[in-house]
Design a protein. Sequence first.
Length: 344
Amino acid sequence: MKKYVMLACVAVLFGGCATGVAKKMVPKLEKPKEEVVANETRYSVSLQMIGDMLYEIKDPDIYVYIAPITNKTTGVGKVPEDIAGMLKSAFLNMGYKVHVVSNPELIPKGAEGYVIEGEISEFDVVRAESAGMNLGLYFGQGKGETDASAESDYGYQEINLGLDLRVLDATTGEYVPFVFAKNKVTMKRLEDSNKIGFSVAGNGFGLSGKAKVQNGVHESLRLLSEISSVELLGKLRLLPYWLAIPNAMPEYQVINNYKRKFRSLPKEKQISFIYYLLQSYYPDMREDQFAAYIRRFKKEHGLYPADEKITPKLFVRMLMDLPKKEVRNDLEQRRSRLLDSVVE
């Protein structure tokens, strides 16, 4: 009788018996403990927000040329060979103050122009466990497919995908100090779930949380392109770009670089930055109240002496406390909506 049971299991190798045996062969892997949330619009809203910041500080227009962003990993055939198009779409989504040109020679003389270069720098299978046969070790073949080789009964895959971007001054050809983006996405997939969870880590901010992706490598690279574009423009213009990316927080090194660059700015430019940030804290502030509101901010945030003097320390405190201000505003809006719904 035992012989017949064994033969039946062999006959349905990819069926019920094999499935049960296979799942016992591999330690049960839990789904990522962080909540997996839907990511419907990717970061198109973030791109528009950073464009709005550029408009609000009343800076001159910026011209950008995107050089080929090629695949420098060993994942030939598994990763797109060039994603410059994704970067172009990202910068075009920032609004009319950001101009994307097809040739660096088209940047007008005297205009602020930059060349963005970089590469897909990482594609590594960090972890892959399976039971059964022919479990694929990647998510797509450069076309965005998410279905790995599906003959395995049970499997888990974890892949790191990295993107490095740098910025050059189009006039001098010199790399712009501290303006670069080095971000990485970690994709995690349980074969059972047929969904991919991912997290993002970078040099300029920490981004927590998870999201569902339907197009594997291709979609993850687009996400990295959009996040990195926001970061690059923010660093070029000393903008609090982390406010445009949900759940992001600036790293100490970024803030310290901002502080050093702010110190070297002309006085008029320093004033425009502080005025822009003050309006984020006090939307009702009038232009003739500028000095009074600087004193008010310093008192409320423990900066002494509480005078109207503009300093790098003031600039840094405004940047660091802005996320807290945004959280408070969001809570107040939610409470107001809740109150309105109860009253109605």
